[in-house]
Design a protein around this ligand. Structure first.
Ligand code: FMN
Length: 192
């Protein structure tokens, strides 16, 4: 049997009742056939210190290995003060270093996010897309999944109960898989 297509999902919140972590759990359940959405929890990653980038903490080494073994990345970001939460940016920075050993390099990526406000993380997502440029990640543009008014879309146990949002997440995952497959074919053709 072929190995499943693996998406590494990273939620940018450490909160137990996090809507973004709940959205990532929903994505795991909505993965297209032949695809597995794995998760990496950012809890326990210390603040980035460039003095340690050549001997990073074990959790960062593990993160870099998990990124490299995944076929694609899915970021599920909250919006903090109109931008990317520190815990997520911190993990991105660790895994991008030291210079020349950027684990994100060339990875296909999709982004979604949930917020209690009605703009649904749009501003944080566009900041994250700017970061993808220097990381040399390859993002899909659409669909954009911005889950506003999250408190109304998840039940008290953190299940995503809004059918329209579930449909959007399914479409996002399908688009990411097809983009990553095209990307893989393209890189095989250029390396042949
Ligand atoms: C420090 C901080 C800043 C926030 N800034 C924003 C913001 O700019 N836009 C927004 O829509 N929500 C903002 N919120 C509310 C978040 O959308 C809400 O806390 C959300 O539940 C966070 O994601 P989580 O449930 O995955 O932890 C902010 C929350 C915190 C704690």
């Amino acid at each position: 049997m072929n190995n499943p297509f693996t998406i590494l999902g990273i939620a940018g919140s450490l909160r137990k009742g996090s809507y973004n972590r709940a959205a990532l759990r929903a994505a795991q359940a909505l993965a297209p056939e032949g695809t597995r959405v794995e998760t990496f929890d950012l809890d326990g990653i210390p603040p980035f210190n460039q003095d340690e980038e050549k001997q990073p903490p074990a959790k960062v080494t593990e993160l870099k290995a998990r990124i490299r073994s995944a076929d694609a990345i899915l970021f599920v970001t909250p919006e903090y003060n109109y931008s990317i939460p520190g815990v997520l940016k911190n993990a991105i920075d660790w895994a991008s270093r030291p210079y020349g050993d950027n684990a994100w390099d060339g990875k296909p990526v999709a982004v979604m996010g949930a917020s209690i406000g009605n703009v649904g993380t749009a501003r944080a997502q566009y900041h994250l897309r700017q970061v993808f440029v220097f990381l040399n990640m390859h993002p899909i543009n659409q669909p954009e999944v911005m889950i506003g008014n999250a408190a109304e879309r998840f039940d008290a146990e953190g299940n995503l109960v809004d059918e329209n949002t579930r449909k959007h997440i399914r479409r996002l995952l399908e688009a990411l898989v097809s983009w990553a497959r095209r990307h893989e074919k393209g890189s095989q053709a250029t390396s042949a």
